[in-house]
Design a protein around this ligand. Structure first.
Ligand code: NAD
Length: 294
């Protein structure tokens, strides 16, 4: 590569060959996928389930603690993509037995598990850290961090069986972290700590899974309009300050759930086969800079 890039190099670049029209395969063809935190109507989990269905997944488990919309989401996806099996599961993503159960179900039904998107999360108390109860701190860590640990703990061995049978395809575990886990955030100390721990889990478990063909990564969304941030958006709209939401990032707007879902699709697909142990900021550039104070 160095030779090819240096001026005056005699090495000729190979010409690109055109991909024949219609020859591209669906990006996650036949993959078996588990997504937690998929009930919220505006949420990242639901948007991701749609992306995977559209991109050829064989089966998708849409899971959430709250199952009020899961049947409706299943019907909606089934109507658009009748070839995809949609399973709904109501459970707390931080309960080990339940996480194991859904992984075992995927193995029993399909003999494989390809993607686990550990996306369930809750927002933390917005208070000065000295005023935060231990119990509230532990609850955030349980839902936001332990859930990702359990996903890796149970999905990775299941994925090893899958990739042993089909070595060209890697298993992919994705945890939803946050820019709040990458950079300090005055908003909520427990939330930021819980998301920083998700990034660390992706890094350390990716290393411990050396040679297994199972990858672990974290996505770090910026401010995205979802169920979680609906109150922020509502009050900004009521005050006429909505435009301010995007002012801290160079893309100059808040993000959409679909924009996170597309990255979750890439990380779950074999297109990202060399991406491992990483924290992917999807934040309009927010974490690339810092506020300029003249
Ligand atoms: P959302 O509130 O719309 O969706 C979160 C979903 O997680 C909900 O459906 C909720 O019922 C579910 N959930 C909560 N606790 C659960 C539990 N114990 N077990 C199972 N499900 C549970 O919010 P969202 O923005 O789509 O959140 C998805 C992920 O993205 C979260 O991990 C969140 O922390 C993260 N995130 C969001 C933003 C943002 O700006 N929206 C930014 C950074 C990170």
């Amino acid at each position: 590569i160095g030779d090819q890039l240096s001026p005056g190099s005699s090495t000729e670049l190979k010409p690109l060959t055109k991909v024949a029209a219609g020859s591209s395969t669906p990006r996650v063809k036949d993959k078996v996928v588990i997504i937690t935190g998929a009930n919220s109507e505006l949420g990242i989990g639901r948007a991701t389930a749609h992306q995977y269905a559209e991109s050829g997944a064989r089966a998708i488990y849409i899971c959430d603690f709250d199952d009020s919309n899961l049947a409706a989401h299943k019907a909606e996806i089934n109507a658009l993509y009748p070839n995809v099996d949609i399973h709904t599961r109501q459970f707390d993503a931080s309960e080990e037995a339940k996480v194991k159960e859904v992984v075992d179900d995927a193995l029993a039904r399909y003999g494989r598990l390809d993607v686990f998107f550990a996306n369930a999360g809750i927002v933390g108390p917005h208070a000065l850290f000295t005023n935060i109860d231990d119990a509230d701190f532990m609850q955030i860590m349980k839902v936001n961090t332990l859930s990702v640990f359990l996903a890796v703990k149970h999905a990775a061995p299941a994925m090893q069986k899958t990739s042993d049978a089909k070595p060209a395809s890697s298993g992919s575990i994705i945890g939803t972290a946050s820019v709040a886990g990458l950079r300090s955030n005055a908003g909520s100390t427990p939330y930021s700590a819980s998301k920083a721990a998700v990034i660390s889990l992706a890094q350390t478990t990716a290393y411990q899974l050396v040679g297994t063909n199972v990858r672990v990564n974290a996505i770090c969304p910026g401010l995205i309009e979802t169920g979680m941030t609906a109150p922020t958006y509502e009050s900004a709209r009521a005050r006429g300050t909505e435009k301010k939401i995007g002012q801290l990032n160079p893309t100059r707007r808040g993000g959409h759930a679909d924009e996170i879902a597309r990255v979750a699709l890439f990380l779950g697909s074999d297109e990202s086969s060399y991406v491992n142990g990483q924290a992917w900021a999807v934040d309009g550039g927010l974490s690339a800079g810092h506020p300029y104070v003249p």
